[in-house]
Design a protein around this ligand. Structure first.
Ligand code: ATP
Ligand code: MG
Length: 403
């Protein structure tokens, strides 16, 4: 087949329900795709994105293996499919249909198919039905294992006859949700675990632009543990269109807490301290919310009483998208988004190292607050830790931006 641009059809979900500000959501989605295209090819190599009738079309000469991961990881996109763009003569249309049918057959979806034809070019020799019949016959001749079934087909070959002929391949899923950049900014507390990257992903899918903060405790935590978190942020970055990671040394705070309070309450005071530091950095980065990977009842620091205490240590809203999910569900999402394998690498973060053997599960918020306020010098350490954060920037295809 002659070398030609591919056309990608992009379907959106929730965006199409928006009324007055739908154009805003559409514009942000287009810009998010363009930004990623520019990262894989200079100026996006002349790719064009247009939208009409609630659908988006990407016309590009860039190869499929560059386009697929971009569309599959961009929130707002529910599904997409590639169309082969060919001349409108029967031979070209047949050739394209055979290629699409072969892919569908290889995808194991069964051998029963039908054609769906939309013809907006009224100057053509056949009507829609005529094209479906003629191409169907030619397809059966070329691939005898196919069976026509207009009632319950295993796959549908869609053909559009406009200025060109377009033969569509099967749908590929996108993340769904809303385009990043339509819902404000959030500060993700990113540990080295399974949960927090998933929490970040879920909020990005609601349109939140993410920054992240990680607390490490050198020399008690290793450089490998920090490197692991950076790699987690890199895996997360495509889903959120890039991410900025602030690495905060938590050692002075941790030591101060451990020498000042009852051992059973150290984890909760550490958590409250992290939230306060995160809130300071959030203010600098204009974030209106904190995001954590907490899930109700998962560990001692995530009981209702524990969450009530840590929540009360900050004034920003805290989003906990995993609150009602169980571990199996979280792990499934983590595998889907590609953060699982990194998250289970065995480098300890500060929490596991400093965890008390018998942590409080039902803290009294008032007593806890008093104990926290009594930790002499902690406020100054919080300020200093936030001030000294090291910033790492990662772009929308997961690459470190140097400098
Ligand atoms: P995760 O799998 O995300 O580590 P977890 O189940 O291990 O979560 P905790 O260790 O209690 O739970 O942490 C709860 C949440 O607090 C995390 O999801 C994360 O948002 C935040 N958090 C914990 N430790 C850190 C850290 N070292 N740096 C940044 N955020 C942290
Ligand atoms: Mg953890």
């Amino acid at each position: 087949m002659a070398a030609m641009n591919n056309l990608w059809l992009i379907k959106v979900g929730e965006i199409s329900l928006k009324k007055g500000n739908r154009a805003f959501f559409e514009r942000v989605l287009k810009e998010n795709i363009r930004k990623k295209l520019r990262l894989v090819a200079p100026e996006g190599s002349g790719s064009q994105i247009s939208n009409r009738g609630g659908r988006f079309y990407l016309d590009t000469s860039l190869p499929e293996d560059l386009i697929r991961p971009i569309l599959a990881s961009t929130p707002g996109i529910v599904a997409f499919s590639r169309a082969l763009k060919v001349k409108k003569d029967l031979d070209s249309l047949t050739e394209a249909s055979i290629e699409v049918a072969k892919r569908c057959l290889a995808g194991n979806s069964g051998n029963r198919f039908k054609f769906e034809v939309r013809r907006t070019d009224k100057g053509l020799p056949l009507d829609s039905y005529g094209y479906a019949r003629e191409l169907g016959a030619r397809l059966l001749e070329a691939l005898p294992e196919l069976v026509v079934d207009v009632r319950k087909p295993d796959f549908i070959i869609k053909l559009e006859l406009r200025e060109w002929g377009y033969v569509y391949e099967q749908d590929i899923s996108g993340p769904g949700g809303l385009p990043v950049g339509t819902a404000g900014r959030g500060m993700l507390l990113l540990s080295g675990g399974i949960d927090s990257p998933v929490a970040g992903y879920l909020m990005a899918k609601r349109g939140i632009t993410l920054s992240a903060v990680h607390f490490h405790t050198p020399p008690f935590t290793s450089p490998e543990a920090l490197d692991k978190v950076i790699r987690l942020a890199e895996s997360l970055a495509p889903w959120c269109g890039g991410i900025t990671l602030a690495n905060v040394s938590f050692t002075d705070c941790q030591v101060k807490i451990n020498e000042s309070v009852d051992p059973a309450s150290t984890t909760l005071h550490s958590r409250a301290t992290m939230m306060k530091i995160a809130q300071r950095i959030a203010a600098k980065r204009r974030c209106g919310a904190l995001v954590t990977g907490e899930s109700l009842g998962q560990v001692a620091s995530q009981t209702l009483e524990s969450l009530a205490y840590t929540n009360g240590s900050v004034h920003l809203p805290v989003f906990r998208p995993l609150i009602g999910l169980d571990k199996e569900q979280i792990i499934r999402i983590s595998r889907d988004i590609g953060t699982y394998e990194t998250a289970i690498e065995p480098f300890d973060d500060c929490c596991t190292l400093f965890s008390p053997t018998h942590p409080l599960t039902r803290p009294d918020t008032k007593e806890m607050k008093e104990a926290f306020t009594a930790i002499d010098g902690l406020e100054a350490l919080i300020e200093e830790a936030a001030e000294k954060a090291e910033i790492i920037r990662i772009d929308g295809i997961g690459q470190r931006i140097e400098g």
